[in-house]
Ligand binder design. Structure first.
Ligand code: PMP
Length: 287
């Protein structure tokens, strides 16, 4: 049975109900996190919770629960194993539709999970390289907030799918920002380049790990501007996200990247992720 968490209660998904006046539903007035759990262990759980707190602070929703306990219990009640956990906090509802809100109102807290494959035990050979397109970034200017207002992201993702691609890389003012649900990297001459953190992109938890692992293993990187020509001219292009780790992009707008195969630096980085995962699972990592 699919068990979800809603406002303090673990219950079957089919029984969970929220108000039609919930501001998450009416206005997209809510924030969220997606966190992979492998065999009950959250992948960089603390970093995800820190980002959740950042999002909550930014939109002035005031709540702090024992997130660890809630999420561990949710995963356990759904049979443990490998799960992608979704956690959403909306501003809640006061029984009417109104743009105004009272900061003291009680938020709606919802969490659910679904089984995922363990990409790390599957290994490098099982990772499918992807194709991407480039689209205009028409989102607002607070992309550092993990908001559920995802309409423009899903519209451009749909456009990518209709063109046989699986991610849309977005451009604002001539510079690449990120994918619809991923951060972006290009590699040239063994150096990783990725857009610097700003309110124009999400501070990806996986992005942080890529840079940490690069530091630890003497791989050079720069957080810098990337334009369209640099993207198409790259030796390698990658995207990253929590449930996918690092994924090679071998075609952009119909142009082949490098030799059209996952590159050697990607393979090295993915192996570092596998090693990190192994350390985490054997209890020697900090998650
Ligand atoms: N950018 C956007 C817009 C995203 O939705 C995501 C997925 N959460 C990411 C980047 C990657 O973030 P993370 O590594 O924390 O999953």
């Amino acid at each position: 049975m699919n068990i979800v968490y809603l406002n303090g209660v673990f219950q079957p998904a089919s029984e969970a109900r929220i108000s039609v006046f919930d501001r998450g539903f009416l206005f997209g007035d809510s924030v969220y996190e997606v966190i992979p759990f492998y065999q009950g262990v959250g992948f960089r759980l603390e970093a995800h919770l820190e980002r959740l707190r950042h999002s909550l602070r930014a939109v002035r929703i005031h709540t702090e629960l024992d997130w660890h306990d809630i999420l561990q219990e949710l995963v356990a009640q759904n049979g443990g194993g490998n799960m992608s956990v979704y956690l959403q906090v909306s501003r809640g509802d006061v029984g009417e539709r109104s743009h105004d809100f009272d900061e003291a109102m009680a938020p709606t807290v919802f969490a659910c999970c679904q089984p995922i494959a363990n990409i790390y035990t599957a290994g490098t050979a099982k990772v499918q390289p992807i194709k991407a397109i480039v689209t205009a970034d028409v989102r607002g200017h607070r992309c550092d907030i993990k908001s559920t207002c995802l309409q423009s992201n899903i519209m451009v993702l749909q456009q990518a799918r209709s063109q046989g691609a699986s991610e849309a890389l977005q451009v604002r003012d001539g510079l690449l920002t990120e994918g619809t649900s991923s951060n972006l990297y290009v590699v040239r001459q063994n150096v990783i380049y990725t857009p610097k953190l700003s309110s124009e992109i999400l501070g990806g938890i996986t992005r942080q790990l890529v840079l940490e692992l690069a530091d630890e293993h003497g791989i050079q990187y720069q957080e810098t501007d990337i334009d369209y020509e640099q993207l198409l001219d790259a030796d390698e292009v990658w995207i990253s996200s929590s449930t996918r780790a690092v994924v090679p992009v071998v075609e952009v707008d119909g142009e082949i990247i490098g030799d059209g195969e996952p590159g050697p630096l990607w393979a090295k980085m993915f192996q570092l992720f596998i090693d990190f995962h192994h350390t985490l699972m054997t209890g020697r990592g900090d998650g």
